[in-house]
Design a protein. Sequence first.
Length: 1178
Amino acid sequence: MEELNIRYANENDAEQVANLAQESFKFNRFHLDPFIDNKKASLLYKKSAENSILHGFVDIMFVAEINEKIAGYYSAKKKYIQEERKLEKEYKEELERLESAQKEAISEIKTLKPNSLISELEYRELSMKYGDAFKAQIGAEAILELLKRIDLEKLSTHLQKEVADSSGQKKKKVLKRLQMVENFKNANLRPEWMIIQTLPVIPPDLRPMVQLDGGRFAASDLNDLYRRVINRNNRLKKLLDIGAPEVIVRNEKRMLQEAVDALIDNNARREKVVAQGATKRKLKSLSDILKGKQGRFRQNLLGKRVDYSGRSVIVVGPKLRMSQCGLPKKMAMELFKPFVISRLIRDELAHNVKSANRMIEQGKSEVWNILEEITREKYVMLNRAPTLHRLGIQAFKPILIEGKAIQIHPLVCNAFNADFDGDQMAVHLPLSNMAQKEAADIMASTQNLLKPSAGEPIVTPTQDMILGCYYLTIEEDGVKGEGRSFSSFEEAILAYEEGTLHLHAKIKVIRDGSLLETTLGRLIFNEVVPKELGYKNEIYGKKGLKKIVTECFEKAGKEATIKLVDDLKDLGFEWATYSGTTFSMADIHVPKQKGHILKEAEGKTDEVESHFRKGLLTNDERYAKVIDIWTKVKTDVTKVMIDEMPKSSSVFFMVDSGARGNEENVTQMAGMKGLVANPAGKTIELPIKANFKEGLSVLEFFIATHGARKGKSDTALRTSDSGYLTRRLVDVAQDVIVTEEDCKDKEGLEITKEETQEMGEALFNRLLGRFALEDIVGKGGKVVVKGGQEITEEAANEIEKDDSIQSLKIRSNMTCKTPWGVCQKCYGMDLARGGLVALGEAVGVIAAQSIGEPGTQLTMRTFHIGGVASEDITQGLPRVEELFEARIPSYPAVLAETAGLIDIEENEDDKLIRVIGENILTDTYSVPKSYTIKVKKGQRVHEKDVLAENANGKCLQPKATGDVIEAQEGEIKIKRTEGEAIEYKVPKFATVKVKKGDKVELGAQLTEGSLNLFDLQKISGELAVQRYIIKDVQKIYESQGQSINDKHLEIMVRQMFSRVRIKTSGDSRYLPGDVIDRNRFEITNSLLRKEKKKITTAEPMLLGITRASLATESFLSAASFQETTRELIKAATSGKVDELRGLKENVIIGKLIPAGTGFDKEKAAAYLAKVREGQNPN
């Protein structure tokens, strides 16, 4: 067979193929059957192709069709493969997407940790996706569920580990949590019990509804708040019953929660405060009812409105005895009504209460007779608000009077701080026999002659009474009857009545068998003076009368003093009337030399001004000089004015006797008003040259009003500040009671004469009535007071005069070791009664009142000079508050943190004070045998000096300058001081108290100003802080002429240091950082020692009085003081128990206070004995 020569034909071969076909055959047509399969088709094609070539024939149509079919087949196949790949890719992508979605869902479900928060939107999405995979709730239900899961034991262990591993702020947070957990455990509480499921409703009496005139009702806010809760709760119940959508139910739950929140605490800090009416007044919630001055604690529990009381305006009752007060009949009838009714029925004047009442209304004479009889033996209590100290309430025997005003004895005005310009007083009637007995024995005005704060008489003659006594006791020369002699007082009186003898004439009289040179006035005066006091032959003004009353109390006793002051009152009023003292414009004499003095001063100021203009003075120097000139001018004018004033003038009488007014007042009337300050406290350099008699110019008047306005606003501020300070002081010390006789303290307090002088106080006052800790030895080894004995008046006087006694140790409240309250020996004398303080005396409250009461008289000096912040000159009341609250002063003084030498460097902006400390070091140099020692003992050597030398000229030299203390063979010892300098930067204006090269002790004050108490405690210790507070407070009160005994301040300071902060827990239930009472700490440790367990350690804390009050053991006392809700929450969550040992807590629950007549000696003794034996007293 011939070999085929085949090739694929293309379009260029068309002609050749056509030619072949024409030559070989005639045209035949074949069609490929469309239904044959590919395999057969290609075989057919092949055969036909072979035939065509062999026979020279080909069917073009058939080839083209076949080619087309094949191309289609390949294209379909390609498309199919592409589709397949695309599907495969899509499948893979989908798989990957699903896998990542699965991972995401798993991780999303994993991120949903228990206790985590999600938003509403997230919750909706998640619940659509995986509704069954997790459970989420909203509101209190969710919290309740979570709280149920808490295992307190496990949580406690976990937190304890965390405390051990953490520090700083984190540790504080963890400790707070741990504290809460431990509190829950100790109180047997479960966290889920903190969620309210059943809401209690308080009784209707506590949320009353009152019908108003128009038939409308005024309801308590609580009713509104409860109503909102009920409405929302019912609506929620309904929505749940009808199966409302979750969104609506959730919203209703949230609203219910808000309603309950508002009921419990509708606080302004919350977003939605529930308010009422057009005024949008905030509704009072349960918390508000407890809080603040109008809250349940302070308004209703600590003080109540009482029946059997009344109030009226007061007027003076010059004829009253010391123990009496004038009570309007109408008022008395109201007060004593039940007693009168009972007597009317008893005497069968009326058959029943109704007819007795009718008799009273008709005002029958029998009724008034009975009232008179009843009131004869009774006491009523008078009180004037504000009651700043215990003398603000006193008991008197009522004298029935006509009219409507209460009459009070002129001498008790001082105690009440009352005057008769419209003051009002309240009357209270003690009902029971016991109350009447207490009123008579303890509260009667005759039992309260001395001031509890300083022990000085509070009932001393004032004003008119002083004037009368002064007029009676003065001497005049050249008056009728001068030089005459009389055989008796009666004879002299006769001469006076005959008009032949002047009251003030010097006469001679025989009295008690001896001849006296005196005046008739003084004879009359001495008629009322008790015999024990001897004859008083001098002029008696304000000071003299006070002295005579004090002396009488000490020498003749209480009864004699009451009689004396009553007699002095009568005498004073009588002779003040006879004296006819008054004054008019004519009595005010403007000094003749005034014009000359002013002219001279004006010349001097002109000179100063010209020096300033020439640049010889700075503005500050010019200002200081001008102020000095005018200050001296005022002093000169005053002196001249006093010298020129006639001694017989009534103005001189009033000032000299101390009855009213002082030199300053007279100077303003007759001399010149002088320099005044602007509201910032800076002195205005333009003086007011005129006086009130001459009249002020317009400008002078304007300048003068500055000070007046500042004075008024100061007084208003001072009153409220002083009241608030008293309240805090009472709160911190209210549980300090005298509980035992002697605590056997061996520490005591040292008192030095130098320190007493600095305080501006008399040593006598500091010592009187205190107990000596050890023997006080005077000159020549004489024991003035034995250890453990009371320092009497004679002993105190002797110690004050004895120069050999510079310091002594006494028993003090600050060092008293009594676990609860203080002991009699450490407290000493009761200043108001004049004997040893009684057991059960509430000395804490007395101390607080003694400090707070004169507080109103203190100034409000808190300005910075000329509006420029300079040295801190906070003085007066704000400074007292700063000390008691342990606040850091704005510009604290710098204290030396090491002993050493001072170096001062002044820069442009500030001063640099360096304290170069002195550490004593000893350097030892060993000297080889071949060396010769060149120094001797006591020699001072410097760095390059030769200590020892050998034959070759080799030297031994010291490291630093020092003194040789030993130089012997083989060894040289040199003592040297090495200092580490501590630097203090102080402002340019600060006044430095030390000089360069001064040697200072540790804790020395380097700059002027108030000290930071915490720095002082760190450097010098607790006692130094206590002494500093007492010294500073005393200085402020003394500067204002107010005397307070140290013992009151000691009690306050003791309370400021009465808490400790736990450092390590040991085996106690306390945690590090807990602040507890010092006594509680001691008791805990003694119990732990007894059980041979690990004791607790703690550091003493200095707390301001507010913080100390809140840190008290009693939660009732703390809650009634400040931050009521916080304190009650703290008490409830920690399961606190109140031992009811203080006064406030007993008042709150309506028990008698454990002080005074309610003090239980046996109970107190048993408590203290248990504590000392290391037993738990509770």
